[in-house]
Design a protein around this ligand. Structure first.
Ligand code: 6PG
Length: 468
């Protein structure tokens, strides 16, 4: 028993993570339910094979790992995780540690952490982001559970994580399900970033009549500026790739129906539970859901006439879109971080917002140049909404006009831009000291005597002289 860590589940992500661990010099024991997969994984591990012990039973895996053991689970989220924990438990000691590195719903992680407290073994829920490439060469890691358990495996997790200028993109988020909650918010932001990019692509394609390659070139240019990020970079690549069979741009032959495993939806659901406003993320989830209504959309086009109209020449420039995207992105991230903050009291967490921004700087899907500035802004004033941080407030002052121009132009020509629209409405609401909820309060008092506060007097329970 010499392995420093074990890993169960040699699917794409699990296999890549195991190779990453071996490459960083750790001895690792691996197990997959299907023995053939375990064997071929080891056979194809090349120079890393000597660091990897392939195990053909759970018992063999447990025996191969040095005590106190640490075992990473990389099995599909949901029931398979519970089944795997139950199957392992008889072989493990109370101070052995199971690390769930899949995309768990953080409520499940909370429950598993509580069960582990009662009956052992130890349990850490770790969000891991970065897709295949990240798992292989450096993901971002968001850990949750007991600090002492995190500290025990931190040397390995820090070593395999992406490194941003020498700092590992791995961090301890707090107890229970906090790591997986932070990962869910990451995915919500991921959905929103992707949606806003898709919307600017739609304006270019349908409004400005640009071809996919031209759109790709514009994204590639954005990737050299404030918007520099993995998602902009890959969007540029996606748009410039041709289908080898037909020669047509890939984008032109991909069906416009988006898949989703549900993490973005969990974020929106949780935000509603917490009464945290994240309209850009909610719009992105809505847009994915609506994208699947292909037939209804075709029926709508027949009935109401083609949606998007071409824009008049010069109505919008690529630069307008870039600036709108900058404003939209800031507003979306501001909402995401506000959601993280809103979870602290109800879950009794103290989520380290500046550190979360640091962890997201590299390795994860939403990695971007802006996150470094967000980390600085959040460490200057951890309790301030990011949109009010001087650096981002200045960017918003410079670019909210472009966001308004893009949204209003798109709306006027039938181009759907739900996420960008929500970003703009959030911005407008957040800079309107006197809003319109006085009308809501008047209505509530009228039909239900719910009472209201007054602008001119102290007190909570005033009523109107409503004529019935
Ligand atoms: C990551 C991603 C990843 C996610 C997939 C698919 O951070 O590496 O968020 O965890 O599962 O990208 O997500 P959807 O199927 O929900 O789009």
């Amino acid at each position: 028993s010499h392995a420093q860590i074990g890993l169960i589940g040699l699917g794409t992500m699990g296999g890549m993570l195991a190779l990453n661990i071996a490459e960083k010099g750790f001895d690792i024991a691996v197990f997959n339910r299907t023995t053939k997969v375990t064997r071929s994984f080891h056979e194809t591990a090349g120079a890393l094979a000597p660091k990897i012990t392939p195990c053909e039973s759970l018992e063999a895996l447990v025996q191969a790992i040095a005590k106190p053991r640490a075992i990473i689970l990389m099995v599909p989220a949901g029931e398979p995780v519970d089944e795997q924990i139950a199957a392992l438990r008889p072989y493990l000691d109370a101070d052995d540690l199971i690390i769930d590195a899949g995309n768990a719903n953080f409520h499940d992680t909370e429950r598993r952490a509580a069960e582990a407290e009662k009956q052992g073994p130890r349990f850490l829920g770790s969000g891991v982001s970065g897709g295949e490439e990240g798992a292989r060469h450096g993901p971002a890691i968001m850990g949750g559970g007991a600090r002492s358990d995190w500290d025990r495996v931190a040397p390995i997790l820090n070593a395999i994580a992406a490194q941003f200028e020498g700092t590992p993109c791995a961090g301890f988020m707090g107890k229970g399900g906090s790591g997986h909650f932070v990962k869910a918010v990451h995915n919500g932001i991921e959905y929103a970033d992707m949606q806003m990019i898709a919307e600017t692509y739609g304006v270019m394609r349908d409004g400005m009549k640009l071809g996919a390659t031209e759109c790709g070139e514009i994204f590639a240019k954005w990737d050299e500026g404030v918007l520099k990020s993995y998602l902009i970079e890959i969007s540029g690549k996606v748009a410039r790739t041709a289908d080898p069979e037909t020669g047509a741009p890939m984008l032109d032959i991909i069906l416009d129906r988006a898949g989703q495993k549900g993490t973005g939806r969990w974020t929106a659901i949780e935000a509603q539970h917490l009464a945290a406003p994240i309209p850009v993320i909610e719009a992105a989830v809505m847009a994915r859901n609506l994208s699947s209504r292909l037939e209804a959309r075709a029926e709508g086009e027949d009935l109401f006439g083609t949606g998007p109209e071409a824009l008049p020449d010069g109505a919008l420039s690529a630069e307008d879109l870039e600036h709108a995207m900058i404003a939209g992105k800031i507003l979306c991230y501001a909402q995401g971080f506000e959601l993280l903050r809103a979870a602290n009291a109800p879950f009794d967490w103290a989520l380290p917002l500046p550190e979360i921004a640091l962890v997201w700087r590299d390795g994860c899907i939403i990695r971007s140049a802006m996150l470094d500035d967000m980390a600085s802004a959040l460490s200057d004033a951890p309790d301030r909404n990011l949109m009010f941080a001087p650096f981002f407030a200045d960017l918003l002052k410079a670019h909210h006009g472009a966001l308004r121009k893009v949204v209003s132009t798109a709306v006027a020509h039938g181009l759907a831009v739900p996420a960008l629209s929500m970003a703009l409405s959030y911005f407008d609401t957040m800079r309107t000291a006197r809003g319109t909820a006085n009308m809501i309060q008047g209505q509530r008092d009228f039909f239900g005597a719910h009472g209201f506060e007054r602008t001119d007097r102290e007190g909570k329970d005033f009523h109107g002289p409503w004529a019935m």
